[in-house]
Design a protein around this ligand. Sequence first.
Ligand SMILES: Nc1ncnc2c1ncn2[C@@H]1O[C@H](COP(=O)(O)OP(=O)(O)OP(=O)(O)O)[C@@H](O)[C@H]1O
Length: 446
Amino acid sequence: SPSPAATAVGGQFLLSPIVYERAIRDPPAFIKSSDFSSADCPLDFSWANFTLASAACSDPTQRAACCRYINAFVAISIARYANATGRLGVPPAFAEICLSSVSETFKLQGIPTDADVFCGLGPKIRVSYQCAGRDTVLEMMQSPNFNDVIGSCRGALSLDITCKTCLNYGIVYLHRLIGSDDNVALSVCRNAIFVTLATQGGILSYDDIVTCFFGVQGITTFPGPSSVTSTPASSPNVTVDSPAPKIKGLPQKHPQHYRITVIPGIGIGVILLAVLLQIILVVLIRRKSRELKNAEFPAQNQDNTFHHNQSWRYTEGQSPMFQKYSYKETMKATDNFSTVIGKGGFGTVCKAQFSDGSVAAVKRMDKVSRQAEEEFCREMELLARLHHRHLVTLKGFCIEKKERFLVYEYMVNGSLKDHLHSSGRKPLSWQTRLQIAMDVANALVS
Ligand SMILES: Nc1ncnc2c1ncn2[C@@H]1O[C@H](COP(=O)(O)OP(=O)(O)OP(=O)(O)O)[C@@H](O)[C@H]1O
């Protein structure tokens, strides 16, 4: 019959929190394991992915792997339990029900029942890792030389060499601690080391420890107090013990796997950002230098017709190099382009008076287009070659951003066109017209 401290509710025994806590810490004689059902076992397996384990356990040639999986599942559940309670496994009063609960869970998850037997669930694989009289994580940590184990296991345990070093330190520590060759005791204590390391949160990678200690992979593990079942299902509000102690002075905030993911992520992000900034910088510098080049030699970039090295220097005779006028001085000489004297196909013509006293006619290109650009170049090329007293002389040019100017010798009496077509002028005599035609023809053939 049930103990007086327990009340039968729906076929299960619901213990009051205080009685439960006492029961698991120091079970009184009247509390027997038969008072609990397997649902009361505080070990939780809801986190586990059994796919690989059930495949290994169903294959008779994979028995060793199967047992490693089973050992790992139990050890991880105990580590989760220890994370919340600080204990290295379930209290003795729960040992029996937990073994049958674990067995039932494995069965439900497709692991053949004979795996319990050949792996030794109970005699070899236990649900409590009492190691040389140590029941708690704190006691393990306080045992002599345990710091050496922690120190040696702090590296990247995913690496074979680091894992071996960690395990070797563990074995040395255990030989000193238990001083025997009892394989079961060594195996249980080894699991106690695993649980103690696994409860250290951020300083070690949980998944790496599992792989290192049990030689299995693909077990989904999510450690942390929130996911740890610290109480039986029937007593959800009872906390059993204080959570597992952590090593002082070491970061505890995030699990290692989180750091492993985030830190390289940040590094890669920073590198990508630096590369991106460099590319942007290069593009901006190139664009700027192209702009500067355009301002200096725009036509050259748009079209090959403008070969400035050839066109700006007239090599025949005494023709000088064209003068380059600045936009500022051109603007000043034309009183901000207000001295308009005519308009032709190329653009507007202004009279200009430069600071050195020279007078010129400045043709301002209306808009920069490919065609206008070509015309600009052609005019310069042509006038660079043609020099005659009957042809107007090109004095220079001005190129700045999108502005194009040709600076000519100023014709005081206007152009021939003015004399031929302007209505306000006295018509030229036929003799003069004939003379002009001959002069122009002369200029073109000479
Ligand atoms: N060097 C100059 N000196 C004085 N006036 C000029 C000079 N060049 C042009 N002009 C004036 O500007 C007007 C326009 O000249 P522009 O050469 O641009 O046009 P155009 O003679 O009609 O030839 P086009 O149509 O081929 O451009 C001329 O009719 C003239 O009155």
